[in-house]
Design a protein around this ligand. Structure first.
Ligand SMILES: [Zn+2]
Length: 280
């Protein structure tokens, strides 16, 4: 681990965004507010008594099933990963996100609406330095079907391999070097996806209740029901999720190799990196 820095950023003015939660189906309103240096990314549940807050940090992750949830003392916010990816692209370190429900809005299933609203808010530089983690060692975790490795590099690079039995997905591979403009254009519009056969099962578990063709790519039998935005939209979305999850540790410089991974693997690796940061 090594550390170098840039200046911290917040947003210039308050902006709002609303929609329905993918898993809960609830109507949600959020507002983004400027915040002072070193205050971090903070969610504020304004629908609850005393407006409890939750810091978006690795230690507060409480669930990684289908999406990333953070919580403190039973107060939660679910599905934070697309917004986290957007904050990462805009290098926003300090922000207060007021939310009136327990899950972020699904919007169009991608992160592109967050790019639009953050453009509107504007970025404000702050005078305090932000540490950036530079990976100096090799770390990896693996299971029977998944692999996630993090290695030293001079940039933030992601190599992602996705493989599904579904004939319309099959194997997709993306080598991507992170930079704000390409992230907004090439990665942030990529939408989440679901399989029709699985959706009934998810609904019985109380998940995907707000899912529709407006906020997810639907795969049914041998076809994709809606039109794809990119030929390899699935792997692009996996990269979006990964970048969002990794931003729980703040900005990072290193190379990631990911094979068939998800939120659970991202969280495990985040914990390893966090331990290294604490030991540094
Ligand atoms: Zn996602």
């Amino acid at each position: 681990m090594a550390v170098f820095n840039r200046k911290q950023n917040t947003i210039k003015k308050r902006v709002t965004i609303e929609g329905i939660g993918l898993h809960s189906g609830n109507q949600v309103k959020m507002s983004f507010n400027p915040a002072p240096p070193n205050s971090g990314i903070v969610f504020k549940r304004i629908d609850l008594k005393n407006d409890p807050t939750i810091q978006a940090v690795v230690e507060n992750v409480t669930s990684t099933e289908r999406s990333t949830t953070i919580g403190v003392k039973g107060v939660k916010v679910k599905t934070i990963e697309h917004l986290m990816a957007a904050l990462s692209a805009f290098e926003i370190d300090n922000i207060v996100i007021e939310i009136d429900n327990d899950e972020l809005p699904a919007l169009d299933g991608s992160a592109i609406k967050y790019a639009e609203v953050l453009e509107k808010a504007g970025i404000k530089g702050q005078k305090v330095n932000k540490d950036i983690i530079k990976i100096k060692d090799n770390f990896f975790i693996k299971s029977e079907n998944t692999y996630l490795g993090v290695f030293p590099a001079d940039e933030f690079k992601i190599n992602y391999l996705l493989k599904y039995e579904h004939p319309k997905i099959g194997t997709e591979y993306l080598e991507y070097t992170f930079d704000k403009n390409s992230f907004i254009k090439e990665i942030m519009p990529a939408r989440t996806f679901g399989f029709a056969e699985e959706i009934e099962k998810l609904k019985r578990k109380g998940l995907a209740l707000g899912g529709s063709l407006d906020n997810a790519i639907l795969l049914k039998e041998n076809k994709v029901v809606n039109n794809l935005r990119f030929k390899d939209e699935f792997v692009r979305h996996k990269v979006l999720d990964l970048v969002g999850d990794f931003y729980l540790n703040g900005p990072l410089v290193g190379e990631i190799i990911a094979i068939r991974t998800g939120h659970k693997d991202n969280h495990k690796m985040n914990q390893i990196i966090k331990k290294e940061i604490n030991n540094f």
